[in-house]
Design a protein around this ligand. Sequence first.
Ligand code: MN
Length: 349
Amino acid sequence: MKQAYIIISDVHLGNSECNHKEFCHFLEWIRDLANGPKIIKSENKEITIESPEKIILLGDILELWNPKKGDRDNVIKECIRPFSLLSNTNCDKIFVVGNHDDSLGELEGKIDFETLENGTRFAIYDRHYPKKDKKSGIASGLKIGNRSYFFLHGHQFDKQQAIMKHVSELWDPINWFQDLFNVTFTKKHWKVNFVIFLGLLLSEKYFLWSVFLQSSFWGNLGWAMATGFFALSSIPGIIANTQGTIYNFTKPADKTAEQVIQHKYYQKNKETIDADVVVFGHTHFASSYELKTDVGKKLFLNSGCWIGIDTEFNGTISYVNTFIYLDESGAYILTWRGSGKIECIEAFS
Ligand SMILES: [Mn+2]
């Protein structure tokens, strides 16, 4: 088999803006590459896309932060077809977690290279692929053709997300409220529960206190428990239904690879990644940037996303439904235009 990789990130399955249908069509197309390679015509050359040896799912594949209507059942619903298609694709799958599916990182090592029916493997990586060497702390890239590649989701380059990651080791507010909201009783009745909660609060103040509770320990305890129960069964509903708006508001505007790397990368990670090319996602902007360092050049490639529509930022189009194809001949940022039509955004031979 030829050394060929396909990298996909930021599909956000379960999010209301996820391009779920097109993503499934694209996965069918990948599966069918087993019948023979496809040729993409770029401006001045042809790119031959072979059946991949590995598919790298580079984070935020699942939307566990902000699913449609706050309901994580929508994530499960939108996952069934893509993962069934991936299972039937004859290659290994590497799942590197992002910030929106961060909690899956706990599965690293637990479903490590579990063998699927067709003998292909599925592995979860909590931070990046390949892993760091334990002794030296250096992560060496994967050699494909004449370059070495390193893969990570990219929230590590994002200051806000880095702080979140640190805080969430103790308490992750987004996950906590999502978990509480996704209790069936809360999900179904949070609005009514909130009214009952307010009723209990007010009744304590104006009525219950003077009549029943004043001297009764058990009465007070019962009231406190009921109020607590309805608070926990309603407030997460309010949070889950507004955090999408808050999240979109605080999200840094879609950044190009150049903006991300110039602002964040060089300070922190320069010593630990030993690769010619760093592939990441996270900002939803399929793009590239070449960084000149003391020791040479490092290329950064962003794999884009499968959410929303094409948008123009300062004269540059941010395409959606994008992926990266790597083989011995080079790296290609590509966009799926539907029905098997693929266009090349950038090529690095
Ligand atoms: Mn992300």
